[in-house]
Design a protein around this ligand. Structure first.
Ligand code: NAD
Ligand code: UDP
Ligand code: UDP
Length: 343
């Protein structure tokens, strides 16, 4: 109970800014599950820079120590190797719950593990939030809309998801995670936030991640053909990672539960994406067609009016601006040269 009260105090001081002049705001204690991954590590950078104490919880399935190594030695940073499927006792003010493989290649690798991570992992983190009175943010996905019959997708759309397909471990896992989140909110009074994230790219993505932007960029740099699945006319909307992190933080600090779409409405076919990669890296980069994967959504584009209105958020970095930032990071990791700096 003592802990609980002191959490509340910190949270109030934080959200209302009632800090007397000259007294430093006390940093929050924040858990980021999946914090050694692509999105998580960028979020951790922002939270540490803001002055908070961060505990990263990660099992390193797709995450890497290299993504957070620059914080080692900082007393406000801790890294715990832990699988969220197992219970965890911590005392914190906020939980950003990201732990879950995000690339189709990785989440299909062990589908049972994927759905268990989404369901049991989310249950455990909600149980933790309930016990210590922490605020909980779920990183859900645009995949909850499935192969959408509404375009662009609004948060009010319930989706068109195959419950028995090869993507279901992820789509249905995230849908169940959303359900659990709302049930803990309604039933146990846990303060929750739900983000539905659309395709995001940027530095630190795994080189062999299997997602389309990382594949095309790595392939073009290595002078290999870019692998276009299907006819390449399917669309996605690509968001640069710094825009996403800003949206996640605004959502956590704001008043609204959500769900909120967080994505960049700039929509591209895979062939158009290949063209942008050619313009950015190598005009001679070639294309090779491959059979498409099962249940691949035909189109995807977020309607972000809700986030604009209630969070005052919108993306700032379009694909042609964001891609070069990712390319310099990939170039350095693939060739180890020192021509360009990474973030
Ligand atoms: P990522 O694979 O780089 O990061 C996921 C992290 O979670 C990794 O560090 C991984 O090791 C860790 N992890 C996985 N299972 C775990 C478990 N059982 N216990 C502890 N740690 C575990 O992926 P990302 O792109 O950074 O995605 C982060 C979150 O955002 C995911 O929940 C994903 O579903 C969601 N999301 C991402 C995108 C995107 O385009 N990047 C789109 C929609 C949703
Ligand atoms: N849990 C956890 N850390 C905590 C509190 C709970 O990992 O600090 C886990 C707990 O082991 C359980 C889940 O969260 O599996 C749900 O907890 P809750 O208290 O809501 O349910 P109960 O344990 O009463 O079934
Ligand atoms: N894709 C592709 N080539 C690749 C990887 C993916 O054409 O090397 C296509 C894939 O079929 C899908 C789109 O790119 O239509 C986005 O796939 P990704 O795995 O990045 O994310 P998704 O939105 O499917 O989760």
């Amino acid at each position: 109970p003592t802990n609980h009260q002191s959490n509340r105090h910190v949270a109030e001081v934080h959200s209302f800014g009632k800090v007397p002049l000259g007294i430093k705001r006390k940093g929050l204690r924040i858990v980021v599950t999946g914090g050694a991954g692509f999105v998580g590590s960028h979020l951790v950078d922002r939270l540490i820079a803001r002055g908070d104490s961060v505990i990263v919880v990660d099992n390193f399935f797709t995450g890497r120590k290299e993504n957070v190594m620059h914080h080692f030695g900082n007393p406000r940073f801790e890294l715990i190797r832990h699988d969220v499927v197992e219970p965890l006792l911590l005392e914190v003010d906020q939980i950003y719950h990201l732990a879950c493989p995000a690339s189709p290649v990785h989440y299909k690798f062990n589908p049972v593990k994927t759905i268990i991570s989404n369901v049991v992992g989310t249950l455990n983190m909600l149980g933790l939030a309930k016990r210590v009175g922490a605020r909980f943010l779920l990183t859900s996905t645009s995949e909850v809309y499935g192969d959408p019959l509404q375009h662009p997708q609004k948060e009010t759309y319930w989706g068109n998801v195959n419950p028995i397909g090869v993507r279901s471990c992820y789509d249905e896992g995230k849908r169940t995670a959303e359900t659990l989140t709302m049930d803990y909110h309604r039933g146990a009074g846990v303060e929750v936030r739900i983000a539905r994230i659309f395709n995001t790219y940027g530095p630190r993505m795994c080189l062999d991640d299997g997602r389309v932007v990382s594949n095309f960029v790595a392939q073009a740099l290595r002078k290999e053909p870019m692998t276009v699945y299907g006819d390449g006319k399917q669309t996605r909307s690509f968001q640069y990672v710094s825009d996403l992190v800003e949206g996640l933080m605004r959502l956590m600090e704001g008043e609204h539960v959500g769900p909120f779409n967080l994505g960049n409405p700039g929509e591209f076919t895979m062939l158009e994406l290949a063209k942008v990669v050619q313009e950015t890296i190598d005009p001679d980069a070639s294309i090779e067609y491959r059979p498409n994967t099962e249940d691949d959504p035909h189109k995807r584009k977020p309607d972000i009016s809700r986030a604009k209105e209630l969070l005052g958020w919108e993306p700032k970095v379009d694909l042609r601006k964001g891609l070069p930032l990712m390319v310099s990071d990939f170039r350095q990791r693939i060739f180890g040269d020192h021509k360009e700096g990474s973030t």
